[in-house]
Ligand binder design. Structure first.
Ligand code: TZP
Ligand code: MG
Length: 206
């Protein structure tokens, strides 16, 4: 999430409610038309990181490897158009989390070879949070990846809600990554709690 994804609440309130509600990792993703830049972005990132520390949860940064290094963040997430996963792994070292967005089995294999700790696969469903997202891809690549690399952590992303998140886990994902289902909910704490409950139910039977 970034400040640009939030509608009615203060983004730090949304983040703290999500942390209290049970998210397991936060990715700082400040980008797009209304995103903060420069000093404002830096200060907002620091405030998000402090909240994640308070709840003892990983704080990772999307795209901005230099910011991740400057803040000693817990990791970095890169897409196919960002710095190459190999370069990022070299820069951040082996003790940080590296996540890579992938859209084909070839990209998944390359991410593994570059030292990715997990892959993001999506958009599974239609999303309004990423204007340049590919068209919805469903769960096929999640299924193929889980079958090919059973021990690789997979997160599904894109248009995931309380009503469709179970499909993503059943397809073989280990977790879901989502923005609007929490960030634009009028009660982010309640939204997170409910998502967690539904995900725990499906995890028991998969
Ligand atoms: N990458 C693929 S879809 C997406 C990103 C960053 C946006 C996810 O946001 P939402 O609101 O959960 O669809
Ligand atoms: Mg990116």
């Amino acid at each position: 999430m970034g400040s640009q994804n939030v509608e009615e609440h203060d983004p730090l309130v949304v983040l703290e409610e999500a942390l209290r509600g049970g998210i397991t990792l936060f990715q700082f993703r400040e980008k797009g038309e209304n995103a903060l830049t420069g000093e404002d972005k830096l200060n907002f990132a620091k405030a998000c990181q402090a909240l994640c520390k308070k709840y003892h949860l990983p704080f990772i940064i999307n795209d901005d490897v230099n910011l991740a290094i400057a803040l000693d963040a817990d990791g970095v997430h890169v897409g196919q158009d960002d710095a190459s996963a190999n370069t990022v792994r070299e820069k951040i070292g082996l003790n940080k989390i590296l996540g890579v967005s992938t859209h084909s089995l070839t990209e998944v294999t390359a991410a593994i070879n570059a030292g990715a700790d997990y892959v993001g696969i999506g958009p599974v469903f239609a999303t309004t949070s990423k204007p340049d997202a590919n068209s919805p891809a469903g769960t096929t690549l999640i299924e193929q990846t889980a079958a090919t690399y059973p021990s690789l952590p997979i997160v599904g992303i894109g248009g995931i809600t309380i009503d469709n998140c179970q499909t993503v886990i059943r397809a073989g994902a280990d977790g879901v990554s989502l923005i609007s289902a929490i960030a634009t909910h009028n009660e982010p704490f309640v939204a997170t709690r409910q998502l967690l409950h539904v995900l725990q139910q499906v995890a028991k039977i998969t």
